[in-house]
Design a protein around this ligand. Structure first.
Ligand code: ADQ
Length: 537
């Protein structure tokens, strides 16, 4: 199986295992540690937590349930199960609407039917324009500062608005006085305002923006900038990974909406009679699961990855795991590796760098060009240094099971995470969680959200400084074991302390505040005695 798009991201997960028994995400038993949502939860996301697909084998046709295994969905699904919530998402499975009722609702997980999944039936034109268009050709490059890659196609924004409206209508169908609507990511910048206007005023609306928020200078290039900000200010709570993005957002509001009142100390915006609290809550990973998978992985999983790719089992291993996205700094990483092998011939033959890349958004020309460039660079560098039985860089885009990925993380002596910009970056945290021997080294770009939490004990890199980056690879490989263990133990403490459960509990604490406020006041005036905003990093 080859996974070919960005659904692998933790918010848009498609690293799915096909299951027919309705999944194995159990409800946690330690209830005191469970993230607890106030009110009745309605999750809104582009991708759905369960997808129904037809299986055609021989003469038989059956339906299977395809279930994502990634961070956010795996974390939120048990909360929805416990709270009997509702999840609204695009139905992209070929059997999705055949198994749903007239309102496009289906009970999930199939084994227990604990909550309602409401699916939206989006036309191919809608998906092409809202998702592959405005979301990924405008908002994604804009928020990452790649304004030269902005592609404005006719109709994309109108479709974006129309799909946001469809989601808002679906939310209104399910919302009641006590609802908490929790919207995920940049596919829904306009929906919060429409939702706010169409659900009871005592219900709360929150959103988490998983990618960076740009500076006002960059945001100026946003088509429909005012509409986007007004849409987002329909939220009672807006979450970002780190303080920097929250501050950028407040600054953009100040500049683009003169009638808005921005309180930078309390991180609130008052606009059009409503208040929005803007917070930074950095997302974590399911650290225990990665640790468990890494410890228990069958060694044959790894040997088969090594033998398939011609990697010696003795090699010192470097690793990169990314979607093939122009934000991830893969060419910069390859340039640094080339410089490293140039300067350090002693490592030729004994150090191998494995780049696990997942093709992503391949319908978009900028992504096609990027993928081709990366593959050409790998070939060029390999031609330069390879010997009969060794290649410096092994590139693979085949699918890896989560368990295999955890085993690979554990085995890698050096992990390189070098984005040019990245909202958070979960791969860096997954590597740390999987390093159960505590002797791996993490090279981490200072332009990732994750660097704010992990920078002090990782090997910091500036991905554009080829010489400095190459030196850091050498440093990491030459660091004595006791020092590697010291650094990795500190990183592990941080990743385990601030895991996905912590992130959800923190989000729900903030949501509880705005929800309580709406319940008691009937509107969103913030309590003047509420604590000032503090960054939880
Ligand atoms: P992404 O840009 O997709 O996410 P990242 O945070 O690294 O980046 O998450 C990628 C996820 O996909 C990881 O969980 C990783 O394990 C998984 N993955 C990648 N390739 C895989 C493969 N071949 N097999 C299995 N799994 C694979 C966006 C933002 C980030 C932000 C997250 C969460 O761009 O900045 O950290 O959302 O908010």
């Amino acid at each position: 199986m080859r996974v070919t798009d960005e659904r692998l991201s933790s918010t848009n997960t498609d690293n799915r295992s096909i299951r027919t028994d309705g999944g194995d995400r159990s409800l946690r038993t330690d209830r005191s540690r469970e993230p607890n949502c106030p009110g009745s939860l309605i999750v809104v996301s582009n991708r759905q937590p369960y997808r129904h697909e037809y299986d055609e084998s021989d003469d038989e046709r059956s339906v299977s349930v395809d279930e994502p295994t990634g961070g956010l969905t795996a974390g939120l699904d048990p909360v929805c199960q416990r709270t009997n919530g509702t999840w609204i998402a695009w139905g992209d499975g070929d059997a999705d609407f055949d198994v749903a009722d007239d309102r496009h609702c289906v009970s999930v997980p199939p084994s227990s039917g604990a909550y309602t999944l409401r699916r939206l039936d989006l036309s191919e034109d809608a998906v092409d324009s809202y998702y592959r268009g405005f979301s990924n050709r405008v908002l994604w490059p804009l928020c990452h500062g790649f304004t030269d890659l902005l592609e404005e196609r006719p109709n994309d924004f109108e479709w974006y608005r129309s799909v946001n409206d469809q989601f808002a209508t679906a939310v209104a169908d399910h919302a009641d006085d006590d609802s908490v609507v929790w919207i995920q990511d940049y596919h829904f910048a306009l929906a919060p305002r429409t939702i706010r206007d169409s659900i009871p005023s005592s219900a709360a609306v929150a959103q988490f923006w998983h990618i960076p928020w740009p500076t006002p200078e960059t945001f100026r290039d946003c088509p429909a900038a005012v509409g986007i900000l007004e849409g987002l200010l329909g939220n009672d709570l807006l979450g970002f990974h780190v303080d920097r993005y929250a501050k950028n957002f407040l600054e953009c509001v100040e500049r683009a909406l003169p009638s808005a009142t921005v309180d930078r100390d309390r991180h609130t915006v008052r606009y059009d009679g409503e208040a929005t609290t803007v917070v930074a809550t950095p997302m974590g990973v399911d650290a225990k699961r990665y640790d468990r998978n890494a410890r228990s992985a069958d060694p044959s999983r790894l040997s088969s990855v090594f033998s398939t790719n011609g990697v010696s089992s003795e090699t010192v291993l470097g690793l990169g795991v990314d979607r093939l996205d122009y934000t991830k700094g893969i060419p910069e990483r390859l340039a640094a590796l080339e410089r490293f092998f140039e300067r350090n011939p002693r490592w030729r033959g004994s150090f191998t760098f494995v780049q696990k890349a997942t093709p992503s958004r391949t319908e978009i020309p900028a992504y096609q060009r990027y993928g081709e460039f990366v593959r050409d660079e790998v070939e060029r560098i390999n031609r330069r240094f390879a010997t009969e039985d060794w290649r410096p860089i092994v590139y693979t885009d085949s699918y890896l099971e989560t368990e295999t990925l955890a085993a690979l993380y554990r085995r890698a002596e050096v992990m390189i995470v070098s984005p040019l910009v990245d909202g958070m970056n979960l791969v860096a945290q997954e590597y740390v969680a999987s390093s159960s021997d505590a002797d791996g080294t993490l090279l981490l770009s200072d332009r990732t959200g994750a660097h704010e939490r992990l920078g002090s004990h990782a090997f910091t890199i500036d991905p554009t400084d080829v010489d400095g980056f190459a030196r850091r690879i050498d440093d990491a490989l030459s660091t004595p074991r006791h020092e590697r263990r010291r650094r990795m133990s500190a990183l592990r403490n941080r990743v385990f302390d601030r895991d996905i459960g912590w992130w959800m509990a923190t989000q729900f604490d903030w949501i509880r505040r705005v929800h309580d406020d709406r319940q008691h006041e009937g509107h969103s005036d913030l309590d003047p005695d509420s604590p000032e905003y503090t960054s939880p990093i």
